[in-house]
Design a protein around this ligand. Structure first.
Ligand code: ZN
Length: 316
């Protein structure tokens, strides 16, 4: 799909959201389908027969297993476990986060959803964590443009570029097809640009001995499961940079623009992996924006519950 066709495709509109999820019941039906696509499945005894009944002031659906008597609510074992918010608020948050051209801040989410700012931030982090987990196993295998870069750091004075204090080292890898159109990407923080770090990264994210183009920084010599093609930009010049690294440069620029608006609002040392993982999910699902949204709803149904404490401890 051409870049224009990707950018101009029909997304999942708010009007469509209103039609698909006019009330809480519609969201419950979708969550039940996503949680148990084959029907009820007891986590205790693996049985499939159950008695369904509403419970609590909101009439949240619950099931009691006919085999062992275990009870389970609709939201148990999902990203929504223990939430006091309507599912419709969550589904709207997922819609807004998945369809935005640039990152939506928690403050914007708080205004759009009518929840307080702390709730909006927690909700956003839960959704980002589920998307980041889904992208953790991403593997690239074709032609890959790989670059080292930094996020954040000293804004006034100090060094810039490689070695600057307070910056987070990240790897940006863009896989292209035979016509050199971008397919998938990985945005990944690393402790430092060392050969060991790149060796571990390559082991986790490369398969099939792909062609990997880099700028020849020493750490890239750690890559040992690919065809490494280093380029010395100071010798080869801009023309080569524009062809060999066209997409990684473009996408890195977009990534920095995308994250700039939210960078000041989060502790980027601790949470850069989660923000990058979420942007990576959006990038890798950009070919079908409707599926990007519905896929994220399904992820929420499949994702384990996470408390605020867990999210603070899990830095990814
Ligand atoms: Zn059971």
């Amino acid at each position: 799909m051409s870049r224009n066709r990707i950018q101009l495709q029909k997304g999942y509109s708010l009007l469509q959201f209103e039609q698909d999820f006019p009330d809480e019941e519609a969201c419950r039906v979708r969550l039940e389908q996503d949680k148990w696509p084959q029907g009820f499945h007891c986590r205790a005894c693996a049985g499939n027969a159950a008695w369904r009944f509403p419970r609590g002031p909101l009439g949240l659906p619950h099931w009691q297993c006919s085999g062992c008597g275990a009870m389970e609510s609709l939201i148990a074992g999902t990203l929504f476990e223990h939430t006091r918010l309507p599912l419709r608020t969550w589904f709207l948050a997922i819609t807004l986060l998945s369809q935005a051209k640039t990152q939506i801040s928690a403050l914007e989410l708080h205004r759009q959803l009518g929840v307080n700012d702390k709730t909006a931030l927690l909700l956003k982090h839960k959704i980002m964590a589920a998307a980041t987990d889904a992208e953790a196993g991403r593997v690239l295998s074709c032609r890959i443009e790989l670059d080292d870069a930094y996020l954040g750091g000293v804004r006034h004075g100090g060094l810039s570029g490689r070695g600057a204090a307070g910056k987070i080292p990240i790897l940006v890898a863009v896989e292209t097809d035979a016509e050199q159109h971008p397919l998938h990407a990985i945005f990944c923080p690393v402790k430092a640009f060392t050969r060991d770090a790149l060796k571990a990264w390559g082991k986790a994210h490369l398969s099939g001995k792909p062609l990997v183009l880099t700028d020849g920084l020493d750490c890239f010599k750690g890559l040992n499961n690919c065809q490494h093609q280093p380029h010395n930009m100071s010798i080869e010049g801009k023309a080569v940079a524009d062809t060999a690294f066209k997409w990684v440069n473009t996408i890195l620029g977009n990534l920095k623009t995308s994250i700039r608006g939210v960078l000041h609002a989060f502790d980027h040392f601790h949470y850069s992996g989660r923000y990058l993982g979420f942007i990576q999910y959006l990038f890798n699902h950009r070919f079908d924006l409707v599926a990007c949204c519905t896929g994220m709803m399904r992820l929420a149904a499949e994702s384990p519950p996470r408390t605020a404490t867990m999210l603070r401890q899990q830095l990814a």
